[in-house]
Design a protein around this ligand. Structure first.
Ligand code: GAP
Length: 463
């Protein structure tokens, strides 16, 4: 078990590495920052893309999966129908002394009082009131707070609102609503029938009271969501199947299975038939990574009610007409990236030297291999490395780096720190026998491989 100092240290080290090596930068940094936002650097873009590709591939493996890219902006009615306008909120509490705004459940958690973030408003209020003497303001340390009030998470906009009488417009709080409102369109294309899925990746926005833990809780983030539409009698089986599949997926991504677990929701929302989270043990404790929810017919029924459009599916064979039941899998790209970084981060000793290494699964690594001439002042080595190794590998894999800075040991350390699985060195033997050295990131072991076999060697490793 790590102590709080170690937990913070680890997160601080990851945040610092991310900035130093160009994975993630704090948002609006030159203006003092903008809470809950981060910008992706060169390596972060690549890592994020690999995470997205892995998810997309897993969804594509289903014959009856379709993809969608719906708008961030929608009619305000969408969010009224979904219940977000009236009921999508966090419990806000303000310190009476310094006016710091906090989430009541987070303050309870800081005071060591169990407060599941899915507790109802009433329950949080009760627990908070019973423990006021134990809860301290994180900014000034006082224990004097106002009453808890619900703070809506939807971010508002005035896009297209030319006068104040028009319906309020929101930035989407989840991508799922875009899927529900397009379900009929997808069905009408005739390519799929029940059961089928709609998968979507896109930005979502939430007015989080206290964005925190780096990429874990942001105000602008990206979701990868999938809604699976089934006959009501089959939906529960599909829920169980998706649970199993999604857990296997993370294990195949190389995530330490001891740090993954299911957590059933203790307090189901009234319409949900079943729900659980896949949790990961971050350095700050077990926390939700992905939600898997059996939502019944709630969402389509709501949109039917508010839009007046018949959301029923007509089964030509059985002549049955029904609103399909939905199973949802929902995970954040940013949160997945944070998990992948935490899981890969390692400080170890290789030979005599200590190092920081990101042990990504090769297919997730932002740079798949780095190519180096042993000496950068030997034109024959540089020429060979450039034309016979770097150029063909770059054309094949894209994620290939040229690294000729400093001595070989330094290059290895630098590549270890960004998680490059293979370092390829062109030396004088290469000029004689057309072989190069490949050094393995995790073991430090080196082997000689024929230049002509390099593409296949790497392909095998990342498959
Ligand atoms: N459509 C269901 C839905 O949006 P959710 O539990 O609110 O459910 C799903 O969010 C996932 O989106 C979470 O498990 C998490 O991975 C990610 N997520 C939610 N809020 C986030 C935030 N503020 N920052 C980063 N990721 C977030």
């Amino acid at each position: 078990m790590k102590n709080p100092k170690e937990e913070n240290d680890l997160m601080e080290k990851i945040v610092s590495l991310c900035k130093r090596r160009g994975f993630v930068f704090p948002g609006s940094e030159i203006y003092g920052g903008f809470a809950g936002t981060y910008d992706w650097g060169h390596l972060g873009v690549a890592l994020k893309r690999n995470v997205i590709d892995a998810w997309t591939k897993a969804m594509q493996d289903h014959r009856n999966m379709t993809f969608l890219d719906s708008s961030i902006f929608t009619s305000g009615k969408v969010w009224e129908a979904s219940g977000h306008v009236s009921g999508f909120s966090d419990p806000l509490v303000i310190c009476n002394v310094c006016k710091e705004k906090s989430r009541a459940d987070h303050l309870l958690e800081n005071a060591g009082i169990r407060a599941d973030e899915k507790l109802s408003e009433l329950e949080i209020n009760k627990i908070f009131d019973n423990n006021r003497n134990k809860i301290k303001c994180p900014k000034c340390g006082n224990k004097d707070f106002g009453q808890i009030r619900a703070s809506n998470l939807l971010a508002t906009s005035n896009l297209g609102m030319l006068d104040s009488k028009e319906d309020q417009v929101y930035l989407r709080g989840e991508t799922a609503q875009g899927i529900f409102i397009n379900y009929k369109n997808v069905l009408d294309t005739g390519f799929v029938s029940i059961p089928f899925g709609i998968a979507q990746i896109g930005k979502a926005f939430r007015n989080e009271i206290s964005p925190r833990q780096f990429l874990f809780r942001k105000r602008e983030f990206e979701q990868m969501e999938m809604q699976y539409f089934s006959h009501p009698n089959e939906a529960m089986d599909n829920y169980e199947a998706w649970k199993k599949e999604r857990m296997e997926y993370y294990k195949k991504l190389g995530i330490n299975s001891k740090r993954l677990r299911f957590k059933p929701h203790e307090n189901l929302v009234f319409y949900a038939k079943a729900a659980c989270d896949i949790e990961y043990e971050f350095s700050f404790g077990w926390n939700e990574l992905e939600g898997i929810h059996y939502r019944g017919d709630y969402d389509l029924t709501q949109h039917q009610k508010f839009s007046g459009v018949d959301m029923r599916f007509y089964d030509e064979e059985t002549k049955e007409k029904y609103i399909p039941h939905i199973v949802e899998t929902s995970v954040g790209v940013d949160r997945t990236v944070l998990m992948v970084l935490c899981d890969a981060y390692c400080e170890d000793k290789l030979g005599e030297s200590e190092r920081v290494v990101l042990k990504f699964l090769p297919k997730l690594a932002p740079v798949i291999c780095a190519v180096s001439p042993l000496l950068k002042n030997k034109p024959e080595l540089v020429e060979y490395a450039n034309t016979k190794v770097y150029a063909p590998l770059k054309a094949e894999f894209g994620r290939v780096a040229w690294d000729d800075n400093g001595n070989i040991g330094k290059r290895y350390r630098r590549q270890d720190e960004i998680g490059t699985p293979f370092c390829i060195v062109v030396d004088f033997d290469t000029l004689e026998d057309d072989t190069v050295t490949i050094r393995d990131r995790d073991t430090g072991e080196q082997e000689r491989v024929k230049t002509d076999n390099l593409k296949n060697y790497i392909k095998e490793k990342i498959s």
